[in-house]
Design a protein around this ligand. Structure first.
Ligand SMILES: *Cc1c(COP(=O)(O)O)cnc(C)c1O
Length: 400
């Protein structure tokens, strides 16, 4: 039986508790949707005023040098590299996750010209599948998408696969794949491995280098709190950077963008994965999210994330027993990201009623209620309140 007191004790002992004040969060809201859109760090507002009023307004074009706008994609990328276990020069902030998927899938296919299969999971996030479909229709020439169930991933990666593109933490259930093991399977048959870290970066410890990953992409506006539509990021391992060429050969990825040469020559290293001019204002907002994040210890974040979701799951099962909820996330915390999901046949209506009571999670078809636990600003009192509201909805609202 879980009661309120031990949760209050967990809040008092929480070494990350001070971070909550760093975010602009409305009173009376329990925000469990940072996995869709992270809240605004307070420092971001000040930075926005500065970058717009001073850097753009007063310094104008000179800011590319004076305020070092030109190196922001690398600088922010190097910050994100620390979050995902990569080295300096292996990550760059650019474009959207979808566009980065396109660039890296295309680069991977070029590196395995005698193979025609892009492997993915049937339940992958739709954009990952849509982008692979678009690339395949462009490549023609016998290319195909092989979309398999989670349980079949390991056995479906064979020597016809050019690249496997998989999401590390499932957006619906929060189930986390074994990055090192799957990457090893891909490498054993000569395939390349591309990880989508949208629900991992800033949520769970990620060790791209230790897992020997080839490529990765991820989101800036979820757990990194970079703001709506923030630039995404991409990772290319150093050992394959010279061989990896992406097809969106815009001038910012040129070896000498300001020489205005007639032909394209890719820049060395990670820079060739840029395409056009970076969105400086959005990049500045992302930089604030990333630098704030880096002030916390990832081990502390993971420890609290596991505790929050364990408490939430136990409380839902205790307080809402008999109301038709079924845990959709793995019960083993080691196989779960930083979210907990429950199935309910009235999931949509229940989530609407919860949101009306100030507990913001989200609903994913067909029947999943999804609750994200971002340890920098979610407290154990929030967990208590969320479950109390869920119970109230089940008892009082006509949603059973
Ligand atoms: C959120 C998310 C995306 C988002 O892609 P955008 O191009 O930034 O809209 C991609 N992949 C996964 C797995 C996601 O969860």
């Amino acid at each position: 039986m879980i009661s309120r007191d031990p949760l209050d004790a967990l809040d008092r002992e929480d070494s990350l508790a001070g971070f909550r004040d760093q975010f602009e969060l409305p009173e009376n809201i329990v925000y469990l949707d940072g996995n869709s859109l992270g809240p605004m760090p307070r420092r971001t507002l000040a930075r926005m005023i500065d970058v717009v009023r001073e850097e753009w307004g007063q310094t104008l074009i000179r800011s590319w040098n004076e305020h070092d706008w030109i190196s922001m994609p690398q600088r922010v990328g190097d910050g994100i590299a620390k979050v995902v276990g990569a080295a300096e020069g292996e990550v760059i902030a650019a474009d959207s996750t979808s566009i980065n998927l396109f660039k890296l899938l295309a680069a991977a296919c070029r590196m395995r010209p005698d193979r025609r299969v892009i492997l993915t999971e049937a339940g992958n996030f739709p954009t990952d599948i849509y982008i692979a479909e678009g690339l395949i229709s462009l490549l023609g020439d016998g290319y195909e998408l092989r979309a398999v169930e989670k349980a079949e991933i390991q056995s479906a990666i064979d020597d016809s696969v050019a690249v496997a593109v998989l999401t590390h933490v499932d957006y619906r259930t929060g189930e986390m794949l074994d990055m090192a093991a799957v990457t090893r399977t891909a490498h054993d048959v000569g395939a390349l491995m591309l990880w989508d870290l949208s629900h991992s970066a800033g949520a769970v410890p990620v060790a791209l280098a230790a897992a020997d990953a080839d490529f990765a992409v991820g989101c800036g506006y979820k757990y990194l709190n970079g703001g709506p539509g923030a630039p995404a990021f991409l990772f290319v391992a150093k050992r394959i950077q010279a061989a990896a060429r992406q097809p969106l050969s815009g001038w910012m990825g040129h070896a000498a963008p300001f020489e205005f040469e007639p032909g394209y020559r890719p820049a060395d290293g990670i820079l060739r994965h840029l395409c056009g001019t970076p969105p400086i204002i959005a990049m500045a907002a992302l930089e604030e999210g990333v630098t704030l994040f880096l002030e916390a210890e990832m081990e502390e974040i993971r420890r609290k994330s596991v505790l929050l979701s364990e408490c939430f799951i136990a409380l839902v099962e205790q307080e809402c027993d008999g109301h038709g909820f079924e845990l959709a996330s793995p019960r083993d915390a080691a196989r779960r990201g930083s979210q907990a999901s429950f199935r309910h046949r009235n999931g949509y209506a229940i989530m609407q009623a919860l949101i009306a009571r100030g507990v913001i999670g989200d609903f994913r078809t067909p029947d999943i209620l999804r609750f994200g636990f971002a340890p920098l600003y979610v407290s154990f009192a929030d967990v208590w309140r969320a479950v109390a509201m869920l119970k109230e909805v089940m008892i009082t609202a006509a949603v059973t």
